[in-house]
Design a protein. Structure first.
Length: 328
């Protein structure tokens, strides 16, 4: 029943998107702070324990609720629970307004407004960016956001739901990404003392969890885009940077829509990978450019089409698998 849960969650999210300042996100931030405050001693094994509590414990709770509903209330209520969890963990509307606002500003010729919106979205200095670079960074950030908010969630939800684990995969994926980003943000902004051991544990766990979804997303972009070019760009990138999950997605995107990505990166004020025990080189998504045309406004429309075609492909595949299971 994964197909119906995903379909209803996506439709609900389009009709009534989750507000940015909602109590669920506030509770997650409070939970992450509590775990860090009580379990971050600076030791490596305590960092791993803190990550397990922050990510796997809520995932287990989501699974427990799913099993209880399935056993005592029936599968319709279990599906409804999956819809609720997916509504909270996936969705275009959690990031698409940034993309739309910047695209509209560029369409209107207001590059200053586009730079302001990009800086606000990613907390970077975009004051000196030319129009071409604005487009490039919007493409990169939007594709990665689509992966983390949609395709990565769908991947782990579908895999674990097929094993009878309900929506635990969706919770695990989103929380893993959230704590890695949030603890790093707290450390860099010096809002809270976060040890390098905890940051390293969170980033390493996030890399492991995102390894498979990143490659499935890249494959999806290749299938619905220019397959040969996407696979070629992907292969060439992996030969040089085998540990970079985000780079795989960006390389496949560049080949799929024939756009040059990478090059000189915007440096976020929250980017401090060395504090987490990971080299800056390993996390530099823009260390070199891919092949392709220089970014243009038309590429923004191409990205929208690429993402939506991939969503449709996911839904069709899940629908066929659901139909085969029902008939079998």
């Amino acid at each position: 029943m994964s197909f119906f849960a995903i379909l209803f969650a996506l439709l609900l999210e389009q009709v009534r998107p989750l507000a940015r300042g909602n109590p669920v996100y506030a509770a997650l931030r409070a939970w992450s702070r509590w775990v860090r405050r009580n379990f971050d001693t600076g030791r490596a094994h305590h960092g791993g324990l803190a990550w397990v509590l922050a990510v796997l414990l809520p995932s287990a709770v989501a699974l427990g609720v799913h099993w209880l509903l399935l056993w005592f209330a029936g599968w319709p209520f279990a599906v409804l629970w999956s819809v609720v969890v997916l509504y909270l963990t996936l969705g275009f509307r959690q990031f698409s307004h940034h993309f739309t606002d910047i695209r509209d500003a560029l369409d209107a010729g207001d590059e200053a407004r586009a730079r302001e919106l990009l800086a606000l979205w990613q907390q970077v200095d975009a004051s000196e960016l030319p129009k071409r670079e604005i487009v490039r960074h919007v493409i990169e950030y939007s594709v990665l956001a689509a992966h983390r908010h949609v395709f990565g969630v769908l991947c782990w939800f579908s895999i674990l739901a097929a094993l009878g684990l309900g929506p635990a995969g969706a919770v695990m994926y989103r929380l893993s990404e959230f704590v890695a980003r949030y603890w790093k943000y707290q450390a860099v902004t010096q809002q809270q003392p976060v040890s390098p051991a905890l940051q390293s544990a969170a980033l390493q766990a996030w890399w492991l969890i995102d390894w498979l979804p990143a490659r499935i997303t890249a494959l999806g972009f290749a299938v619905v885009g220019s397959f040969e070019d996407a696979i070629d760009a992907w292969r060439n990138y992996v030969l040089r940077h085998p540990q970079d999950n985000d780079g795989v997605i960006l390389a496949a995107t560049a080949g799929a829509i024939n756009v040059r990505l990478g090059g000189e990166a915007l440096k976020s004020s929250f980017a401090a990978p060395a504090q987490a025990g990971i080299s800056a080189e390993a996390l530099d998504l823009d260390s070199e450019s891919t092949d392709g045309r220089e970014p243009e406004l038309a590429h923004l429309r191409s990205v929208v089409g690429l993402v939506w075609r991939t969503v449709v492909m996911w839904l069709v595949l899940l629908a066929l698998l659901t139909l085969a299971r029902l008939l079998g």
